[in-house]
Write a protein that binds this ligand. Structure first.
Ligand code: ATP
Length: 520
């Protein structure tokens, strides 16, 4: 089984993530978090809130922000005045071009459907491109070496190879082929039996439309928010007027966002309903490059601090051609998911674009007033914005994939989720070694004590080895066993998940012992 299949299967089996409304056949692009999943995702969001908003200055492990700064939180409504989405550009432009396949009825995002041509290199080094055989595959343009891409076309490739004295075969990406009618006509779509079934790319608005109130006419149209960011921008003035913040400062928000994605796929990675964790950080225009650099590094470091393997994490600076017209810089934190390297989070210098747009359309003065600035010319201004925009579901998925391991303990295979203790759904499980001699009573007593401080679990059923395995799969970092010695000496064994090392700790010191390790 591939790693991704194993993660999906573990999520289902252990109650991390289920398909939404599964008994009715599900709803594409929507997922439900089960008892363990909800704890894991809440811990991801809580770690973000704690590190970015509540204790932002204490948890900064990087050498120095450009200057001290403030952070506050916000929780804005999901439904907003539709003018918000006009100002933000979502009504006019939040659309991914998409193509349909007339034969398979599949719909694809044009930028994700890559068209490949076959290239044969002869013994003398001469290269021939066979543009009579173009095929499209879902994926990133960099993957021209992938043998799996060739596989469905083996027969046709073999026929082509037979007719030429070719030595090696490779693939070449044809950029923007779907926009060219002639090339489209020659392109074989995924799963189609003949070329030429793809339509030209067309705009497709990703916002879910709905109606507010009883009347379903044009005047009542609004949208489910496709990002949390705009809720922050429209409250910029409210926050400035009430929270005694001074630029530079940031506003953080965690909440649901909805996008009618054309191709929901890769488990929760691309969903139609998901959660974002966004910061809009306001600073002076001249300081924006410094703050951009700071947030890019800080957000990258956050994932490392929570245990993602450094080799799987990458920071990719966009080049000029990839930038939105208003952006002065953008970088993605990317993670090597089992299905390929993909975006976890984007950090952008959005200039003063958003506030300027809202100021224009609302007619309200959104400029910041700096009463301590001595130069009257510089007192009133629209700040620049640095936006670190992360996905709670994508982060949760990355933590799950990264933590998934298989090893052997005592000659037996085990599956273990090596989650960072801060993220683990259950922090410790308490077991009586056997169900007699007063051990369950003592274990329950310890469980109840710990429960006040930590999310703990009690289990007395089955062999102790099985109980350990169950917790390993759930990612529980510590298992506490009450045994004969507990009753005589007051100590318990604490087994550490990854090393399986056991330590004896006095029951009275257990809470402190665990808290010190879990909060590290
Ligand atoms: P993509 O290119 O993958 O569609 P994006 O660049 O449009 O993403 P942003 O608009 O920058 O994404 O959103 C910020 C973050 O929100 C992303 O980095 C991701 O973590 C999360 N996100 C965006 N779309 C989805 C989705 N459909 N499902 C889950 N998370 C998402």
């Amino acid at each position: 089984m591939e790693l991704m299949e194993k993660v999906v299967s573990l999520c289902k089996r252990r109650g991390f993530i289920f398909p939404s409304s599964e008994i009715y056949g599900g709803l594409n692009g929507c997922w439900d978090y089960g008892p363990l999943g909800v704890e894991l995702k809440r811990n991801v969001k809580q770690a973000w809130w704690n590190d970015m908003v509540e204790h932002h200055d204490e948890t900064d492990t990087l050498p120095g922000a450009p200057s001290p700064y403030g952070m506050v939180g916000l929780d804005s409504s999901l439904l907003m005045n539709p003018k918000v989405w006009e100002a933000s550009g979502h009504v006019g432009g939040f659309s991914d071009p998409m193509v349909d396949c007339r034969e398979t009825r599949n719909r694809y995002r044009a930028d994700q459907l890559v068209v490949f041509a076959l290239e044969l290199t002869a013994a003398d080094g001469a290269r021939t491109t066979f543009d009579e055989m173009l095929f499209a595959a879902l994926g990133e343009a960099g993957k021209t070496e992938d043998a799996a891409l060739i596989e469905p076309h083996r027969k046709r490739i073999a026929a082509l190879q037979k007719s030429r004295s070719a030595q090696t075969l490779s693939l070449r990406v044809i950029p923007n082929a779907l926009y060219d009618e002639a090339l489209r006509a020659k392109t074989l779509a995924p799963g189609a039996s003949a070329p030429g079934t793809l339509t030209a790319p067309r705009a497709f608005n990703l916002m879910f439309k709905t109606h507010v109130g009883a009347l379903e006419d044009n005047s009542s149209v609004t949208y489910l928010r496709p990002e949390t960011a705009q809720g922050i921008f429209v409250n910029f003035k409210n926050v400035c007027d009430t929270a005694r913040v001074r630029v530079p400062f940031g506003i953080g928000q965690v909440g649901k966002a909805f996008r009618n994605e054309i191709n929901p796929r890769n488990f929760t990675f691309r969903s139609r309903e998901f959660e974002q964790m966004e910061i809009e950080f306001f600073c002076r225009a001249e300081d924006a490059p410094k703050w951009y650099g700071y947030w890019r590094n800080r957000r990258f470091q956050w994932y490392l601090n929570l245990g993602l393997r450094p080799g799987n994490l990458h920071l990719r600076e966009h080049d000029q051609s990839e930038l939105a017209h208003y952006a002065a810089g953008c970088a993605d934190v990317e993670y090597d998911f089992p299905f390929g390297r993909s975006e976890l989070e984007g950090i952008a210098n959005r200039t003063d674009f958003d506030l300027r747009q809202h100021m224009q359309l609302s007619g309200k003065d959104l400029r910041y007033f700096d009463d301590q600035e001595s130069d009257p010319e510089k007192r009133r201004y629209l700040p620049y914005v640095i936006e670190p925009s992360a996905g709670a579901d994508r982060a949760t998925l990355a933590f799950l994939c990264d933590a998934y391991s298989e090893d052997e303990v005592g000659g037996e295979p085990r599956t273990v989720l090596k989650l960072h203790p801060r993220l683990a759904p259950i922090k410790a499980a308490v077991f009586p070694l056997v169900k007699k001699d007063g051990m369950p009573e003592k274990a329950l007593d310890i469980y109840r004590q710990l429960k006040r401080r930590l999310h703990v679990y009690y289990d007395e059923k089955g062999a102790i080895g099985r109980r350990y395995r169950r917790q390993d799969e759930a990612g529980t970092p510590y298992c506490i066993t009450v045994d004969g010695e507990t009753l005589t000496a007051g100590t318990v064994t604490v087994r550490e998940r990854d090393s399986c090392a056991q330590t004896r700790v006095h029951a009275s010191e257990l809470a402190a012992f665990l808290l010190e390790r879990i909060e590290a």
